[in-house]
Ligand binder design. Structure first.
Ligand SMILES: [Zn+2]
Ligand SMILES: [Zn+2]
Length: 111
């Protein structure tokens, strides 16, 4: 079971969705990384790692942090102010630079 939550900025309309279980991936026969999508359980069983989506609090870029080679900075602007998209509650919004993300409690999806 996976859960999706949504964080919205209290000043602008920015919203970021996050899966509770990140982005599981496996390697295909050529060694290329492939993401397994819900609800493909056959693919999920082959997964060897799990990338977690992060948001740069400096420039607003969304990017994956690899489970095998974790990075602590934004690949675009190299800011170290990054946050797991599942843990944005109370973090400042990089889009309007004025608001704060709050968890949208009306938004709850279970897959
Ligand atoms: Zn905002
Ligand atoms: Zn950035």
């Amino acid at each position: 079971m996976a859960e999706v939550i949504n964080h919205v900025c209290n000043r602008c309309s920015a919203s970021i969705e996050a899966w509770s279980d990140g982005n599981p991936y496996y390697l295909d026969e050529n060694g290329t990384k492939e993401y397994a999508y819900h609800p493909d359980h056959e693919q999920l069983e082959k997964c060897i790692g799990n990338d977690s989506p992060h948001l740069c609090l400096g420039c607003g870029a969304e990017f994956m942090v690899d489970y095998e080679a974790p990075s602590d900075q934004c690949p675009k602007c190299h800011s170290q102010e990054i946050a797991d998209t599942f843990e944005l509650d109370g973090r400042k919004c990089p889009f309007c630079k004025a608001g704060t993300f709050v968890r949208d409690s009306d938004f709850f999806v279970v897959s």
